[in-house]
Write a protein that binds this ligand. Structure first.
Ligand code: AHR
Length: 524
């Protein structure tokens, strides 16, 4: 039996049984519903790569300047200019890959502006985001320094829009060639004796839009030209990322993939470490309301979009398979997350695209990660937008204030999946707002994320996991889905221990409306 979403409510699927109305949430009554979930521990289909939990930092608003980077002479506690609190929290979370410097900003960025003595660096206009001037005190060396502090792999987004193949190949040589060439010796003179060994390089960003308004055919031709010269310098074989579609634009993908020709294949097969290049789609989940003023209807609409993202991943990978049968090209979602209506006063105060994360936002983030885990066999990397102060950020910072958002906790609660083997889960309910689940396992442990995206149903989860011996659960929940962590009240919404029981290979727990649970199961 299928489940469908209508403006008036939900029709139930096979896995769900309605009980009576028991709780209320700001005037809405919630039904209690039994929800069956079956984890098929034997049905393995891929590995949850840590890269699926990656992030993105752009020169946009106060993500870099005033957020991650406060400068060496700042009164705000810092480690050589990096905001100490942000570094500590991100390090604790683990950011597998960090993409920089854009976004749209990347296609106007000239890397030479950000190297050498800080006082001599060019002041530039950030034409992509507000026309503010920047002093370039955060450049390539500072970005690599941040990645080293965080333990993240750097991902440099190159400039195709206003740059040239020569500029980008020179950046690669500057970063990766050990020594002896003019560019590598310049890097050494600028304080970095060892090469940066940057592996992941984006060849433009959103070139269907802010990166040059190209057609797919035009982009493919330019990509062929750029990639010819991005051969790699030193020992690091570059992993080049081509611009994929906006959302599920299959026409863009067809044109680019067919236009790339055979050059891709020349780089060799996927090997043990995976594909040799990437194709990156961007998929944002727009919200019609301001973050803390969501209506039920708009929340339902936004959370439903994760079913579309999942469909896009499946369809884009299927299309890629027609051109790339041996999967040398990895599918990426290197920008994703919720993008709500901005509040002009907040943008003025904190910078462009400054956005709060609420209980609803955390559920959206958790649903996104669940989608990626469920499609782990089709994806190479995913980068949420963005790490600090912009869109669905993990951290909000201003002056001396710094807070972990609900999205930080959504990521933290999913961390245990990293590097585990993805296993299949059945819920009997595949509707957009049906229970969202992902599961993975390693040795004697199963990790499970269960999310209730319904605002009017409290779920009583009955979950089968053969061999389950003991179990622990944490819950992220607040009865107001518009509630958030603020500078004044930073720990309003944090994960808490949650009652769960296990007997005869079945675990039982309650999942309130708009909540997310992480469960660790020890197998006998
Ligand atoms: O993440 C914000 C912006 O969204 C990026 O600069 C751009 O790539 C996308 O449109």
């Amino acid at each position: 039996m299928s489940v469908s979403f209508t403006r008036r409510g939900f029709a139930l699927g096979a896995g769900a049984t309605l009980f009576s109305a028991i709780t209320s949430r700001k005037g809405f009554s919630a039904q209690s519903q039994e929800q069956k979930v079956e984890v098929n521990v034997g049905a393995e289909f891929g590995v949850v790569s840590p890269l699926l939990h990656s992030n993105f930092a752009e020169h946009l608003g106060s993500c870099v300047y005033g957020g991650l980077w406060v400068g060496r002479n700042s009164k705000i506690p810092n480690i050589n200019g990096y905001r100490t609190q942000a570094v500590e929290w991100l390090k604790a979370l683990g950011v597998p890959v960090l993409r920089w410097p854009g976004g749209c900003f990347a296609d106007g960025y000239h890397w030479r502006d950000g190297i050498g003595p800080v006082e001599k660096r060019r002041r530039i206009v950030n034409a992509s985001w507000g026309g503010y001037t920047e002093d370039n005190s955060f450049g390539t060396h500072e970005f690599i320094g941040l990645c080293r502090l965080l333990g993240s792999e750097p991902y440099l987004a190159g400039n195709m829009g206003t740059g040239s193949p020569e500029e980008m190949r020179n950046w690669m040589e500057y970063c990766n060639f050990p020594s002896g060439s003019t560019l590598s010796d310049e890097r050494i003179a600028n304080g970095a004796k060892e090469p940066f060994n940057v592996r992941v390089w984006g060849v433009g960003n959103e070139n269907w839009g802010c990166g040059g308004n190209m057609t797919g055919d035009e982009y493919a031709a330019k990509y062929r030209q750029f990639s010819t010269f991005l051969r790699g310098f030193g020992e690091t074989r570059p992993f080049l990322v081509a611009c994929g579609p906006s959302g599920n634009d299959l026409d863009w993908s067809k044109r680019v993939l067919s236009g790339l020709g055979t050059r891709r294949g020349e780089r060799g097969g996927p090997g043990a470490s995976g594909p040799s290049s990437g194709f990156a789609m961007h998929y944002y989940s727009n919200g019609a309301n301001e973050p803390t003023k969501f209506t039920v209807d708009n929340m339902r609409q936004q959370l439903s979009s994760f079913a579309l993202i999942e469909q896009a991943i499946i369809q884009q990978r299927a299309l890629m398979d027609e051109y790339d049968k041996t999967r040398q090209i990895g599918l990426m979602v290197d920008e994703w997350g919720v993008w709500d209506r901005m509040i002009p006063e907040e943008e003025k105060k904190y910078g462009r695209l400054w956005m709060q994360s609420t209980m609803r936002t955390a559920v959206a983030g958790g649903m996104g990660l669940n989608v990626f885990h469920r499609q782990a066999d089709k994806l190479y990397m995913c980068n949420i937008a963005q790490v600090v102060n912009v869109l669905q950020s993990l951290i909000l910072a201003s002056g001396n204030n710094c807070v972990r958002t609900t999205s930080y906790w959504a990521f933290e609660m999913q961390k245990a999946h990293r590097s585990k083997t993805a296993v299949r889960v059945d819920t009997g309910d595949t509707s957009p707002l049906g229970i969202s689940v992902s599961a993975s396992k390693a040795a004697k442990q199963v990790v499970l994320t269960l999310i209730n995206p319904k605002d009017d149903v409290a779920m009583k989860v009955d979950c089968g996991i053969s061999g389950a011996a003991s179990v622990k659960a944490r819950l992220l929940y607040h009865p107001d889905f518009n509630a958030c962590n603020t500078f004044e009240n930073p720990n309003l919404i944090v994960p808490k221990e949650h009652p769960v029981s296990v007997q005869g290979g079945r675990l039982q727990m309650d999942l309130p409306p708009i909540s997310m649970a992480s469960v660790i199961v020890a197998l006998a």
